[in-house]
Design a protein around this ligand. Structure first.
Ligand SMILES: [Zn+2]
Length: 243
């Protein structure tokens, strides 16, 4: 007797999942949002970040402080359950650590990690936590420089080194497998196109009640806020993975 092949499950997530924890995002910016107070073309731009060093670090210091004040929501916790139950691969465009704080063992952060720094001179990367960057006191732990310290987040016009690994994972899915996309607008990475080409069973939840332009590209669509939708998503994934 041979065991049934193990289905694979990939969760691909974007800013919508963290917006439900109260984190402002680029796409939801408005009013008091940090994203409305700074010009992303200035503070998230690899071509000019060194010229705007103080402003860039001020923006990212505030984002870290904001991150320290929010908590994972039911959608993060359900994803961590899938990692435990089905060995789900968690791929995210988010730079926050909410999956990790919900208990995730491994998350592929394709756009970097907000609570870490990188030195563009020597390549060192280190954990920084939620505190403010202080140019008078903070130094690269490896080479001692200050002006080459950059938030370890992928900026506009900067190569994303994890994309190759992400595409390999997505393209290796078969018709036995399941791909779930949560909270992604499809504006940065074309999730609708990815789903259309993917032989796996595909599920979309944008964690908003509204329809999204990618709805027709998915086999199942379940929109709604995290607390309400997480148990429904969990039941659907259980049915698909255990069928
Ligand atoms: Zn260095």
């Amino acid at each position: 007797m041979t065991a049934a092949p193990q289905r694979r499950l990939i969760l691909f997530s974007g800013s919508g999942i963290s917006a439900d924890s109260g984190l402002d995002t680029f796409r939801t910016s408005g009013g008091e949002s940090l994203w409305a107070q700074y010009d992303p073309e200035v503070v998230c731009n690899f071509d000019c970040w060194e010229e705007n060093f103080v402003l860039v670090h001020d923006f990212y210091s505030k984002r870290r402080e904001e991150l320290g004040k929010v908590a994972p929501n039911p959608a993060h916790f359900v994803a961590v359950d899938w990692e435990k139950r089905y060995n789900a691969e968690l791929i995210t465009q988010n730079v926050d650590d909410l999956f990790e704080r919900a208990g995730a063992r491994y998350v592929m952060h394709v756009h970097g990690f907000l609570t870490a720094m990188r030195c563009v001179a020597c390549g060192a990367q280190w954990y920084f936590g939620y505190r403010r960057f202080d140019p008078a006191a903070d130094r690269c732990p490896k080479c001692g420089r200050v002006e080459t310290i950059k938030p370890n987040v992928v900026f506009f016009n900067e190569p994303a080194p994890r994309y190759a690994e992400m595409w390999r994972s997505l393209e290796s899915l078969t018709d036995e497998d399941v791909l779930v996309a949560i909270g992604t607008s499809g504006l940065v990475l074309p999730i609708g196109q990815i789903a259309r080409r993917c032989p796996a069973t595909t599920v979309l939840s944008n964690l908003q009640s509204a329809e999204s332009p990618s709805d027709d590209d998915f086999d199942y669509v379940l929109h709604g806020h995290a607390a309400e939708i997480a148990p429904k998503l969990d039941a659907l994934i259980k049915a698909l993975m255990e069928s």
